[in-house]
Design a protein around this ligand. Structure first.
Ligand code: ADP
Ligand code: MG
Length: 360
């Protein structure tokens, strides 16, 4: 029997580069998602086909515990399979067919959507506990694919809930559902670029934050208050000081965002977050800064910022209801004029977390 599993992409409203610093994040799961159809296979292997890449991969079930990365999209699936086996789950020969509506490399987490949908499809009758599912996806990305990411993307892909955002405390993995502000729409604008700096910078930032924590004598940047930081800041190396200030102040912005329903204040927090990522954390780029600056000139825009890791991908924009079409038209033509590229615009709708889709 063919079964279908779905896992959503996500957009992070605020709390950027805080997850791997044990901080706060506020993402929501999207109605853009990855779907995996799973059918029995008559050879003793897992066969997987990506509609997007029009490519297939196949691994004998027996070989899964020893799989090693080869550097392509199949690694995400192989990594999930290996982590499932290592966690004690059984994998049966299946044929997986992957299709997705999450744009790739745009900061809307097509990677977590792929990991979680495949983890569900490969473990289908074994009911992996949701938190373990998220951790298996994260381990696949960190230990197999080799990207040191936090838990946010996989966590919200699993625990997202229709119509609400989700505040995650990455220190203890507690979650709190947060109502979305009324009277506004959230629109993501895809810069359509992804600079190669993204991966190395992610690693550099991880190390710089660890160094900042060492300077401050704490385990992670979560353990230091703004007041204690201000006392120690003058003696810190500049890069460590700037990275730490971003993380500490960004956690505070998440707290304020979660309790506000005032679009003007929410918009201001988004812009503050962007400026901090631009100047202190230094993960923005010319295209993203342009999209934010141009958005702030458009009627009905309360605020905008980069979302996701940076160096490309998407901005999110808080736009007054009724102004969406005008915003889309204005931002697209401004970006086209400046960079000659037409940016895709997505209306972000908060959708449910991952699960099986009932057969029709
Ligand atoms: P993001 O998560 O922001 O979209 P990443 O670079 O983390 O960007 O993940 C993108 C990678 O995930 C792609 O390069 C590809 O390897 C894999 N991927 C995403 N969607 C698919 C898909 N539908 N089929 C195969 N691989 C995919
Ligand atoms: Mg990703």
């Amino acid at each position: 029997m063919i079964r279908t599993f779905r896992a959503p992409g996500r957009v992070n409203l605020i709390g950027e580069h805080t997850d791997y610093n044990q901080g706060l994040v506020l993402p929501m799961a999207l109605d853009l998602a990855t779907f995996v159809e799973s059918a029995p296979n008559n050879t003793a292997s897992v066969f997987v086909h990506s509609e997007h890449y029009k490519e297939s991969r196949e691994w004998p079930v027996d070989a899964i515990p020893q799989l090693e990365p080869v550097g392509d999209w199949g690694d995400y699936v192989a990594g999930v399979a290996r982590e499932l086996v290592r966690a004690g789950y059984r994998i049966e020969p299946r044929r997986l067919f992957i299709r997705s509506t999450v744009p790739e490399g745009a900061g809307l987490s097509s990677s977590a959507a792929l990991e979680i949908s495949c983890a569900l499809a490969l473990s289908f009758d074994q009911s992996v506990p949701p938190l373990e599912l998220a951790k298996i996806g994260q381990r696949a990305e960190v230990e197999f694919v080799g990207l040191p990411c936090g838990i946010m993307d996989q966590y919200v892909s699993v625990f997202g809930r229709e119509g609400t955002a989700l505040m995650i405390d990455c220190l203890n993995l507690e979650r709190q559902y947060v109502a979305l502000p009324s009277g506004v729409s959230i629109l993501a604008v895809n810069s359509m670029v992804k600079h190669s700096l993204a991966r190395s910078a992610y690693r550099d930032r991880t190390e710089e934050c660890a160094e900042a924590a060492r300077c401050l004598g704490v385990r992670s940047l979560r353990d230091v208050s703004l007041t204690a930081f201000e006392v120690a800041a003058p003696a810190m190396p500049e890069a460590a000081r700037n990275r730490a200030r971003h993380v500490i102040e960004e956690n505070e912005r998440v707290r304020r965002f979660a309790v506000s329903n005032d679009p003007v204040e929410l918009g201001r927090l988004l812009v503050e977050s962007h400026r901090s990522l631009q100047h202190l954390y230094e993960v923005s780029c010319e295209e993203l800064d342009f999209l934010v600056d141009a958005a702030l000139e458009i009627d009905g825009v309360h605020g905008a910022r980069v979302t996701g890791g940076g160096f490309g991908g998407c901005t999110i924009n808080l736009v007054r209801e009724g102004c969406e079409a005008g915003f889309t038209e204005a931002i697209q033509s401004a970006y086209r004029r400046r960079f000659g590229i037409s940016p895709a615009v997505y209306r972000c709708v908060a959708a449910a977390g991952a699960g099986e889709i009932a057969p029709v």
